[in-house]
Design a protein around this ligand. Structure first.
Ligand code: SAM
Length: 408
């Protein structure tokens, strides 16, 4: 007997869950997500998996087993649609294809808008073309090319939605944007990825919102992956630093430091167990010179080499041969609240941990619950005196600034 719920039932439950937690806020988006047959764009998965709001369906891996193409989780697609706010009649470019997201875009720009979806991988575009045709979206254009160069023949675009992790904003995206257009892009800056909504302001772009997200990395001309350097390389117990944007560290000195006893500094600042602290991490990445991310295996944590086993890494400050990373300790037996602090290793362990804890205080007092960060994307070569105050991150094509307006 088939006990699998009908797709309509799964679709309604998915939309109800995404409305309930505030991801879907717009009626048109709820209506489209409640109508498009998601299971037809993820034939590799069971329908229950395709409709699980948190689950991406991996459709291709590289030779190391790393996911390089997937149908993004419904939650990510829903908040990107909210960020993008596609309107009827708009000309839209999707970079990173699959078919699923393009069909949502096609519904939202109907009846007289146009959607071009592009992917660097011909297997992905072949699959997308087939699935879109089968689901009666023959009018969506599918292009095989490197998204770093956009699709000039169909520009200008009112909206460019990038659905792959981008290390930079290539000039073609700005050139192919119509006046008043928006770019939604999962941008990696200082090791952190946020899906930014960008609009033009003269010769640069400014963010009008952002969300935490995770995406497979961009390939092709704009490829620029993070580097992992190991500080402890015992098989199964690896501890490393994820380096981004030209970060340089003294691996030998830091490996030696990690083997020495730690120094702890606690902040007195507490957070709830379920409370998101991604803006704290963004603040630390903005405020700390020498910011990187410490990553470790669960076995390394169990052995006490480090106190954190986050695969994405925890905020870490490196000063010469010293490092200090953000950590937490429970404040009650039920583990409902946690105090933020830092563990330092190396000759200046206490100072580095105190430096990190100082920035936890600044976040708590000046930015917690506030409007968050503002990103600006300026062309490379823009002189410093034309950039806003804040962190400047130099990329290949751009100078990205992160500033924090603070609480009103
Ligand atoms: C997360 S998947 C896209 C998911 C899709 N939007 C969907 O409907 O769920 C990311 C895709 O980006 C593609 N990609 C990676 N680098 C690219 C590039 N430079 N240009 C275009 N596509 C790229 C990958 O091949 C992969 O298929």
């Amino acid at each position: 007997m088939n006990t699998e719920p009908a797709p309509e039932t799964l679709r309604a439950a998915m939309v109800a869950a995404l409305r309930e937690d505030g991801t879907i806020r717009t009626e048109r988006i709820a209506e489209v997500l409640g109508r498009v047959p998601r299971e037809r764009f993820a034939p590799e998965a069971q329908p229950t998996e395709a409709y699980d709001p948190e689950r991406a369906v991996v459709t291709k891996r590289d030779t190391d087993g790393l996911a390089i193409s997937s149908v993004s989780a419904a939650r990510i697609q829903a908040f990107m649609l909210e960020q993008a706010a596609p309107r009827p009649g708009e000309n839209v470019l999707e970079i990173g294809s699959g078919g699923m997201f393009a069909s949502y875009l096609a519904e939202l720009v109907a009846p007289d808008g146009a959607v071009t979806t592009m992917d660097i991988d011909p297997e992905v575009t072949g699959r997308a073309r087939r699935l879109l045709d089968d689901a009666r979206y023959e009018h969506v254009r599918v292009v095989t090319a490197d998204g770093a160069f956009g699709v000039p023949e169909h520009a200008p675009f009112d909206l460019i939605v990038v659905t792959v992790g981008a290390p930079d904003v290539p000039p073609a995206w700005v050139e192919q944007l119509a006046p008043g257009g928006r770019i939604v892009v999962p941008l990696r800056v200082r090791g952190l990825m946020r899906s930014l909504v960008l609009v033009r302001a003269g010769d640069h772009l400014v963010s009008i919102g952002y969300e935490l997200c995770g995406f497979v990395p961009m390939q092709g001309a704009a490829e620029n992956r993070e580097r992992l350097v190991l500080l402890h390389d015992e098989p199964g117990e690896e501890v490393g630093l994820r380096l981004d944007d030209g970060d340089q560290v003294d691996v030998e000195a830091l490996s030696a430091a990690l083997a020495t006893p730690r120094q702890e500094v606690w902040s007195g600042v507490t957070v709830g167990g379920e409370e998101p602290i991604d803006d704290l991490d963004l603040w630390l990445a903005t405020a700390l010179d020498g910011h990187t991310r410490l990553t470790a295996t669960p076995a390394a944590r169990a052995k006490g080499i480090v106190a954190s086993a986050s695969p994405l890494g925890v905020a870490t400050v490196v000063v010469g041969g010293t490092l200090a990373y953000r950590t937490v300790r429970p404040t009650d037996e039920a583990r409902t609240r946690f105090e933020l602090g830092a563990y330092g290793h190396g000759p200046a362990a206490g100072t580095a941990a105190a430096r990190l804890v100082h920035e936890i205080h600044v976040w708590d007092q000046e930015h917690r619950g506030g409007p968050g960060a503002r990103f600006e994307i300026h062309p490379a070569g823009t002189p410093d005196d034309r950039l806003p105050a804040g962190r400047v991150v130099d990329k290949t094509h751009t100078r990205i600034t992160i500033s924090w307006p603070g609480k009103p």
